[in-house]
Design a binder for this molecule. Sequence first.
Ligand SMILES: CSCC[C@H](NC=O)C(=O)O
Ligand SMILES: [Zn+2]
Ligand SMILES: [Zn+2]
Length: 419
Amino acid sequence: TPSHQQEQEEDTPVTRFQRYLRINTAHPAPDYYSAVSFLKAQAHSLGLTSNTFEFTPGKPLLLLTWPGSNPSLPSILLNSHLDSVPAEPAKWLHPPFSAHRTSDGKIFARGAQDDKCIAVQYLEAIRNLKARAFSPLRSVHISLVPDEEIGGLNGAAKFVESDDFLRLNVGFALDEGQATPGDEFRVFYADRIPWNVIIRAKGVPGHGARMYDGSAMENLMESMEAVSRFRESQFDVVKAGKALNGEVVSVNPVYVKAGVTSDDGFAMNVQPSEAEAGFDLRLTPTTDPDEMRRRIAKEWAPAVRNMSYEITEKGPIRDYMGRPIMTATNDSNPWWSVFKQAITSIGEKLSSPEILASTTDARYLRQKGIPALGFSPMKNTPILLHDHNEHLKDTVFMKGIQVYESLISSLSTFTEASY
Ligand SMILES: CSCC[C@H](NC=O)C(=O)O
Ligand SMILES: [Zn+2]
Ligand SMILES: [Zn+2]
């Protein structure tokens, strides 16, 4: 039964945000249906229409619509994923699904920054625009999608392939971005491209006391060194201030697997005949994938050292025209000017557009040729996505609503032939 305090809880943008945060949509068992039913109720209270799709059973996708007065114009899509990464509650100051608000206004929850804030801000911005009797020319859609954190294959990827999506005639989209401790909002015009790389070594097994050439572990370790050298070459460029994280290729080992098991763990005096390691590799949008594949084959997993490899590309590397997947942030893209103007017109600053170091669902929209920017209005805010103690200040959250009011009104009334 709800506590007295909960019954008394006010209904404000912040408490609505807290209610959404309390729905546990963390992997591996996200409660999508509760999230969808909460957001749908919010949307209906605003007079938006809703559609729930299930492109994959058990993985609902909620589409909300504010119809424009000229629905023949391409529409605006505001995207937010429903899911979150897991949290380790023991390592948090406040439980990750409590949405506890401290006396200084910090709201603690998994998803507070990534990315439940924007879903509620979209809705609250529309609430305020409606209260001002604003009405959009273009239709404004909000998509709330499952599974972004695990690659989006059963969410956004299927959505953009559907006829339902085609019918929306999306002209421009916004998706999540990232916080900044600084004073200028960040905006992202591209994502890096994730590859999962596994390298496997085979070698001569033998007694743990014996030194000989060509063991699986020796082969793997030599490759690890080659990977490390490449990693350093990329990281040095970032450390020297010559590139941002999203502008170089990253590679990080995420597991190693080897050893002959015995009853109580590993047989410490046996050199194994097989060993493998897994890497999270991220290409920049303009990295030559063939060159990367050649490097992996030649330097990281050379057959001459009894190595093999497996590359799993986790999404598209080129758009439908065979070009790098990115959105133009110059005069060739009129949406860019509208976006920029909507931010600066309310007295806010925008830093130079960046490539996101990680990966979002925006890539699926861009792949289809739809201009999409990654943007989460969180400034003066520590970057806490996927971290312990993820939180967002109430004042920052409220400011974001105002930012989206400006964005939604500008984008939805923008008129230019052929866009
Ligand atoms: C394999 S795509 C995974 C997408 C995920 N997105 C957010 O963290 C990421 O790791 O960047
Ligand atoms: Zn996210
Ligand atoms: Zn995330």
